[in-house]
Every structure is written in C-alpha cells, then in structure tokens.
Ligand binder design. Structure first.
Ligand code: SAH
Length: 279
C-alpha cells in the first residue's frame, strides 16, 4: 500500500473515488477542504492546545486531520466518521502517520462526549452542513470534558450562534449557545475553498465553555421555544398567553419591561426568567 501522505488531498479524493457517487456524497454532506494553508488557519484558532485529546467529527479525506497532526503530533486524536466507505483511506493514514489516531465509524449524534475514554478534549471540525446545528446542540449537552470547540458551519448558522441581542440573527440558538459558551467568530470561508463548492458560504467559530454555566438548560430551552415563535411581540403578551398564572411581577424581578421583545432580551435575563417561571 502506497503512503497517501505523499499525495495532496485532491489526489486522495481522486484515488478513493470519493465523488464517484454524487448523490451518496451529498447525503453525507461531503464538501472537502483541500487548501493546506486554510486548514492550518482553522487549527490555529484552537491554539494554544491545552493538555488533552482532540476530537474531530467527520474527518472525510483527512485534510483537517493532517493539519491537526502538524500542530499536535503527540496528542491522541479521535475521529468520528459516519461514512464507512472512507475506512481504507483512514487505514492508510493510520499506517503511515505513526500518530495516536483512532477512527470510530458512527453517527456523531449517537456518541456522547462522556462515552469517550478521555479526560479533556478540544473539538475541531468542519461539520456537515445538513446536521451542523443538530451536532452542535448534541455537543452542548455535555461540556464537562471540553476545553474549546473550533467548528465550521454554514455562515448563516454561525451568525445566529454568535449574534447579540437586538440584531436580526439573535434567537434561540444564540441564547442556548451563549449561556453555555463564549462564542466568537474566527473568520469566513468562501464556498470556493471546498470541493465540491456548496451553495452557501461558511464561517469558523470558536466556542469556549463558560466556567459558571448552568447545569440544566431544559427550562431555558422551553422558554426560548415559546418566545422566539413571536420574536417581535411583547414578552408580556407572549407569556400571558402561554403560561397559566403568569404575572408581571416575574418580569419585574428579572428587570425586564413589559413591552420588551424576545429579540431584545439578554442571555442572562432569559436564564433568570426561565428559572423563575418553571421552578
Ligand atoms: N473534515 C473534512 C470533511 C468535511 S465534510 C474536510 O474538512 O475536508 C463532512 C464530513 O462529515 C464527511 O466526511 C461526512 O461523511 C461526515 N459526516 C456526515 N454526517 C456525519 C455524522 N452524523 N456523524 C459523523 N460524521 C458525519
């Protein structure tokens, strides 16, 4: 078996016929990055890499994996990939890289971070667009082991995750992400950087779990689901209709005025309100 590390990622894609079946590649949300400089730029957003292991979701042809290896040769790197067809390609990298690398062939949505036998984790991933938001919400469920997450999303989704109150992108995903993590945009990526190019633009963002984050956000999830169905209505009107026994006193004790709209309410105020409403 020849060493794929002597090939470019574009050559690896060709060698393994990854796009011989376009419909299949589409179903897996496969848009691959081949530009080595860009791949390094993504990994550098996770620096400094604290002690601990690295998790990559969806390694595909391993362009990003190779870039991770350049920065973290000695680390344990765990990759979760849903597409079994990529195994021969991964076996080649396992054989020749000499790295502490392992591949799990499974849907990332079915694996909890707590199931992995690791202590501390940095997550680095170019997420499949079709399930990007779902995978993020899944990762946010157990952050105890996570040091930071550098993730690529469709730009619109990244903008919603990082949005501040009072802007059009601010919504449920912003509140849930930001109550648990500090969320920052790193940079945008043109669709031309991918093979094949997707219809949308992308962004890399970094999420760092907050030290004092709430343990349970079920109430917050419930409240934001109710509120952001009507983002431009007054909060009082929404809650009066949705929650029996609701009164203005609760809003007063959270410092929220009656006619404030959900899109104007800060993350912390939403958290306080959810705890008071559903305690
Ligand atoms: N990291 C590579 C590939 C990104 S494309 C690069 O940057 O070039 C997204 C990858 O995620 C594909 O390899 C796809 O097969 C994989 N994938 C799609 N859905 C997945 C899921 N639910 N769980 C794990 N991997 C998935």
């Amino acid at each position: 078996m020849d060493n794929d590390l002597n090939l470019s990622i574009a050559q690896v894609i060709k060698k393994y016929g990854l796009f011989d079946n376009r419909a299949r590649a589409k179903a897996f949300g496969q848009h691959f990055l081949c530009d080595g400089l860009l791949l390094k730029k993504i990994v550098s957003c996770a620096l400094p890499l604290d002690d601990g292991d690295i998790l990559e979701i969806g390694p595909g042809p391993c362009g990003l994996t190779r870039a991770i290896l350049d920065f973290a040769e000695k680390r344990k790197i765990i990759c979760i990939e849903k597409d079994q067809k990529l195994k021969p390609l991964h076996d080649n990298l396992l054989k020749y890289s000499g790295a502490n690398l392992s591949f799990i062939y499974e849907d990332a949505l079915k694996i909890g971070l707590n199931d992995l036998s690791v202590d501390k984790l940095t997550v680095i991933s170019n997420l499949p667009y079709n399930v990007g938001t779902k995978i993020l919400l899944h990762l946010l469920q157990d952050l105890d082991k996570v040091t930071s997450m550098v993730l690529m999303f469709q730009k619109e989704v990244a903008d919603r995750i990082c949005a501040i109150p009072g802007t059009k992108n601010y919504g449920r995903l912003s509140v849930i992400s930001q109550v648990l993590c500090n969320c920052e945009k790193c940079f945008d990526v043109s669709n031309r950087a991918f093979f094949p190019p997707p219809d949308v633009q992308s962004s890399v963002i970094k999420l760092t779990p907050k030290i004092n984050r709430p343990h349970d956000i079920k109430n917050l999830e419930k409240l934001t689901a109710i509120c952001f169905q009507h983002r431009r209505k007054a909060i009082y009107t929404i809650l009066k209709k949705a929650i029996p026994g609701f009164s203005q006193n609760i809003l007063d004790s959270c410092g929220i005025e009656q006619n404030t709209r959900p899109e104007q309410i800060s993350v912390n105020k939403f958290l306080n309100l959810s705890n008071l409403l559903f305690q």
